[in-house]
Design a protein around this ligand. Structure first.
Ligand SMILES: Cc1ncc(COP(=O)(O)O)c(C=O)c1O
Length: 440
């Protein structure tokens, strides 16, 4: 057994065969900025897509393309099977039942779907409009509280600010320690009888921190608050099983886990989904429509108005199967190895400071850093000129940057197709950055 992320999730898995994996990603064979080999270290933003995903989408368009659910012809039947089959594969990947997974455009939309359940239920209750059974849990009163953390991606911060602005609820947050972990010392003060939601990121896209779920779930449970997990940076990188997590809802994106852009997921407990009012309304999400009123379909259809992203669901299923073939424990073990190696090597670079935990057991593979006297944008530009793709800026986690005392960082986020040689190339290029700017 190997310890990864503080738990024995990785059994004795064979290491990933990185050259064989790379061969499945033709984009990684291209050169950039002249004849530089592309070293892609920006998978936290979006991952590259293997041939299996591209082929699955192409095959769907070549053979079965049709709008799902309503057509009275063979193509529509096949497309519906492919779409619902994609849902079943995605659901199984996180240990869920198919009807518990809603397809959205991306994790941002999934989080908005949950957040707007509160706005919509509160509005409808005000006007005495019909609500699904159990929707009381989504009705907010002024002074009710929503607890998030200071390391949220804007996707799990701004929607809650909007909920507060529309309902009179109050946003509270858990602050950060100097090394970029959640400061849970004040958790008991922050969770109280008015807390209605506890929403937090599983793995920070800025700091790499993997947050402890259990204390937050326990605190939320003690006051009956809904627990929402942003699993955007965890589902692609480690085994995630919703049954074991104890949360009520979980959001993630397909494009960060080898899948296509344009598809995200929301999982929620069946009774939670059933009690959520619709978010976007129109065709396909209805039960009965008259000129006076409409009743709505059961989840997940209630939340999938319009013609959904069928080819993307097919591609996402292929991505899940690709990851299943590698084995998520092996994926996690590979990233743990490369992260530990990168943490060590980066600290050899003069003037470089890692922003986030240095303990590999507390973190995932997204590593942010700053360099004395060199702006992260300049670091990014020099790395780009060497063929190394990284991300620079506040990474849509502006408050977390502020809390860590940095305006911006450079971030690497390795994945299954990266190896130690990529990190060596990065460190060599960073040494060059120092001399170019007269630092170190
Ligand atoms: C932690 C986290 N949450 C949410 C998001 C938003 O994902 P998307 O842009 O796919 O909606 C991201 C994207 O980087 C993320 O890293």
């Amino acid at each position: 057994m190997t310890t990864v992320h503080g738990g024995t999730v990785a059994t004795a898995t064979p290491p990933l065969d990185v050259p064989a994996i790379r061969a499945q990603f033709p984009i990684l064979e291209r050169t950039v900025r002249g004849e530089q080999r592309l070293i892609y270290l920006d998978s936290g933003a979006t991952s590259q897509k293997p041939l299996a995903v591209l082929d699955a989408e192409r095959h769907f368009y070549l053979t079965s393309n049709a709008a799902v659910h309503r057509g009275a012809h063979q193509l529509a039947e096949e497309a519906t099977e492919a779409y619902e089959g994609g849902r079943a594969v995605m659901a199984a990947f996180v240990g869920a039942q198919p009807d518990e997974v809603v397809f959205t455009r991306n994790a941002t939309e999934s989080l908005n779907l949950v957040a707007y359940s509160f706005v919509n239920a509160t509005d409808k209750a005000r006007w005495g409009s019909p609500l699904p059974e159990g929707a009381e849990r989504f009705i907010l009163s002024p002074g009710d509280e929503i607890l998030i953390t200071e390391m949220e991606h804007h996707a799990n911060l701004v929607p809650w600010q909007e909920v507060c602005a529309k309902t009179g609820a109050v946003l509270r947050w858990i602050g950060l320690t100097a090394d970029g972990r959640l400061d849970l010392d004040r958790l008991d003060d922050l969770v109280g009888p008015r807390t209605r939601v506890v929403s937090f990121v599983h793995q920070s896209n800025l700091l790499g921190t993997i947050n402890p779920i259990q204390p937050l779930v326990s605190a939320a449970r003690s006051v009956g608050a809904l627990v929402v997990l942003d699993a955007c940076q965890s589902v692609p990188h480690m085994p995630v099983d919703v049954a074991g997590l104890g949360v009520d809802a979980m959001a993630w994106s397909g494009h960060k886990m080898l899948g296509p852009t344009g598809i995200g997921c929301l999982w929620a407990r069946p009774e939670v989904l059933a009690s959520m009012p619709p978010f976007i309304s129109g065709g396909s999400m209805i039960e009965l429509v008259t000129m006076e009123r409409t009743t709505f379909a059961d989840p997940p259809k209630r939340f999938e108005a319009g013609v959904p992203m069928v080819a993307q669901a097919v591609g996402l299923a292929a991505a899940c199967e690709f990851l299943n073939d590698l084995g998520m424990p092996a994926v996690a073990a590979h990233e743990h190895d490369i992260t530990g190696y990168a943490l060590g090597r980066l600290q050899e670079v003069p003037g470089l400071r890692i922003v986030g935990p240095l303990d590999n057991d507390m973190r995932g593979s997204a590593i942010s850093f700053v360099m004395d006297g060199v702006h992260p944008h300049d670091v990014g530009q020099v790395l780009d000129s060497r063929g190394i793709a990284v991300r620079v800026g506040h990474h849509c986690a502006w408050p977390a940057c502020r809390s860590m005392g940095v305006p911006a960082t450079t971030r690497i986020s390795p994945y299954i197709y990266n190896d130690r040689a990529d990190i060596d190339a990065l460190v060599e290029a960073l040494d060059g950055v120092g001399s170019l700017f007269g630092v170190g």
